[in-house]
Design a binder for this molecule. Structure first.
Ligand SMILES: [Zn+2]
Length: 637
């Protein structure tokens, strides 16, 4: 089903977060590494922070209502007392500041002459302090994305949050290695644009950042928040978009979801559905469902949970009404309830089912005093949670009549979105009193301007010429996470063709990835080591893929191990002659028939046993000689 994005008034704002490659954190000297294991941990309970305005943030209250315990995993290699909130922050890292000034200059943004470190309230536990340190670098400016010019709203320098390891039931786990890594946040003006346009805009911005050569590459080093709205609806913030394909899907999915919710609202208005009330329409139905066969209900009863029902007049059919495939109010409410850590919710359009039988439904209807035109929801949860969840459901149902609710959602890897929390209120910032303000000098501004990198196209064409790569490979390399590694390999090994290095990085590894192997196991230093071995002629070209495959399938943990296990380079010249002699001997008939053309099939046969042990070139040369010799000896007879 095609949606007319213009007609529904689709508007998308992009907010990009890019890690800066400074090798340290923004406010301490810890390095930017991902430890192999965590050596310590500590736990905290979430508490509500009061902003300077004295208002409570709705999102904060929502998080608090879920009463989670947060556990942080630590390692002294990648975090210190600053990340653990046991010590005040150190001085701002100068290199991170300078990169931010260069990026702001490149985007023609107006840089402030004094930076004010602020605390931005973070309510999900991803910061040990309960806030994220951030400072506004500049405002305004523009990005050129193909033919389109997109306005820049603001550029901030801030700390990255802790990395989420697991979120299950009442416990949420984070590791501290990512916390405090410098991030540049660039917020673009919302534009009327479809999914493809947004992809191009994000690509242009990502490329501009990469031309500085001072940003971290690879999955997770650049993250996008996308604000999506349509005409008449609230702004939905989608977090956690990491890839361009995913971004495109998320924008398309949200357009569909939001237009679907508008259609649901229209239908609800036509039906003149009343308002569900938080007092009159809530019933304790524990007794009614006491003997039902639903496993979820029975388990809840064993745990002494409460089972409540919400009655909604005239609502029959509206939970299951599906204007687009997979877009229904029932699903929205299911996700909302799940975000409280509650597993059990059923709505009237899906019953009888899941062990709740017709007789249970009849008993419920009689108890709730409703007819077939009405709807209801059943929810089972702990007593300390159930009222928060019911309030949220009633609010959600009442908003459904009006439009798309403003909320924060999370992108799934396939590009759908799921409910995360209500949108935070506006009073989320207050000054960071531990850090003095930071002046920006005239000279720093000049230096930043002088260091604006060349344009993407210029850099690409210089690069193409320098390494004699084809345009497509150059572009692939520049967009990949291997750019810096490529240069390192070429500098250290000038006897290897840059073209071979680039295609190994851009296609061999990707192909192995597509087979389901894990590229994160293949560390940059492993790749470098492998090319060094090739350069020293300790391995042959053909063995590189085999070594990478071995590492990426987690069969070997070091390159030395992989090389040894695969008995690469263990065929000496005599053994090689012997093997090839056998190949010739076993295929006399074919050689007589095909003459010199027999080289093709014979290479295939020989490579089966020699792949990765001897270079294809050497085998080819030897085989050609042997075929010629054999044919000559035939002719002589
Ligand atoms: Zn630290």
């Amino acid at each position: 089903l095609d949606i007319d994005f213009k007609k529904i008034g689709l508007k998308v704002g992009l907010e990009i977060h890019q890690q800066l490659a400074t090798n340290k954190k923004l406010f301490c000297n810890c390095s930017q590494i991902e430890p192999k294991e965590y050596t310590g941990k500590f736990s905290r309970k979430l508490r509500i922070s009061k902003s300077e305005m004295g208002d409570y943030d709705p999102a904060a209250i929502f998080e608090k209502s879920k009463s989670k315990t947060i556990t942080y995993y630590t390692n002294p290699q990648s975090n210190c007392l600053v990340e653990e909130d046991e010590e005040p922050p150190h001085k701002l890292d100068e290199s991170a500041k300078n990169i931010a000034l260069i990026v702001a200059s490149a985007l023609h943004s107006n840089i402030f002459r004094e930076l004010f470190p602020m605390r931005k309230i973070v309510i999900d536990g991803s910061n040990t302090t309960g806030f994220q340190r951030t400072m506004l670098i500049s405002q305004g400016g523009s990005l050129q994305a193909n033919e389109r010019i997109v306005g820049v709203q603001s550029i901030c320098l801030e700390e990255d949050a802790a990395k989420l390891l697991e979120d299950k039931g009442n416990v949420r786990e984070y590791s501290l290695d990512r916390l405090g890594i410098p991030l540049i946040e660039i917020a673009l003006e919302p534009v009327e644009a479809g999914p493809k346009d947004m992809r191009n805009i994000a690509l242009s911005l990502g490329r501009l950042l990469r031309t500085t050569r001072k940003v971290v590459r690879g999955l997770g080093s650049i993250r996008q928040d996308v604000n999506v709205s349509i005409k008449g609806g609230g702004v939905v913030e989608v977090k956690g978009v990491q890839q361009l394909d995913q971004l495109e899907h998320v924008v398309a999915y949200e357009a569909k979801r939001q237009d679907g919710l508008m259609q649901i609202a229209k239908k609800l208005q036509e039906k003149q559905i009343g308002t569900a009330k938080k007092d009159d329409d809530i019933f304790d139905v524990t007794d009614i469902l006491h003997n039902c066969k639903s496993k979820i209900i029975q388990k809840s009863l064993q745990n002494e949970f409460l089972v409540h029902a919400i009655r909604i007049k005239n609502f029959s059919g509206m939970f299951g009404f599906e204007p687009y495939d997979g877009i229904r109010l029932g699903k929205e409410i299911g996700q909302l309830v799940k975000s409280f850590g509650i597993g059990g919710v059923f709505h009237s359009d899906e019953l009888p089912n899941y062990g709740i039988e017709q007789k249970d439904v009849d008993a419920l209807k009689q108890f709730l005093q409703i007819s077939d035109d009405d709807g209801f929801l059943i929810i089972a949860a702990e007593s300390n949670k159930i009222n928060f969840a019911i309030d949220a459901i009633v609010d959600r149902i009442n908003i459904a009549k009006q439009s798309v609710p403003a909320e924060t959602r999370l992108a799934t890897p396939t590009g759908e979105t799921i409910f995360l929390r209500p949108r935070p209120g506006s009073s989320r910032m207050y000054p960071e009193t531990d850090i003095p303000t930071i002046p920006i000098t005239e000279q720093e501004l000049d230096t930043a301007k002088e260091n604006i990198p060349k344009s993407w196209d210029e850099i690409l064409s210089e690069f193409k010429t320098k390494y004699q790569l084809n345009p497509q490979l150059t572009e692939q390399l520049f967009d990949s996470s291997y750019m810096e590694l490529f240069e390192k390999i070429t500098i250290q090994n000038n006897n290897i063709m840059p073209n071979f290095i680039a295609s190994t990085l851009c296609s061999t590894i990707i192909n192995l990835e597509r087979k389901g192997l894990k590229s994160e196991l293949l560390k940059p230093e492993y790749i470098l080591e492998t090319f060094n071995l090739l350069s020293q002629e300790k391995i042959v070209k053909e063995s590189i893929e085999i070594i990478f495959e071995d590492i990426m399938s987690n069969n070997s943990q070091t390159i030395q191990q992989a090389v040894k296990k695969l008995s690469i380079s263990q065929v000496n010249s005599d053994e090689l002659d012997e093997i090839l002699d056998k190949v010739i001997k076993n295929n006399h008939d074919m050689i007589i028939k095909q003459k010199e053309r027999a080289i093709g099939p014979l290479m295939g046969i020989a490579m089966k046993s020699l792949r990765g042990k001897v270079s294809g070139e050497v085998i080819n040369k030897k085989l050609e000689g042997m075929i010629k010799q054999f044919l000559n000896s035939k002719n002589e007879k």
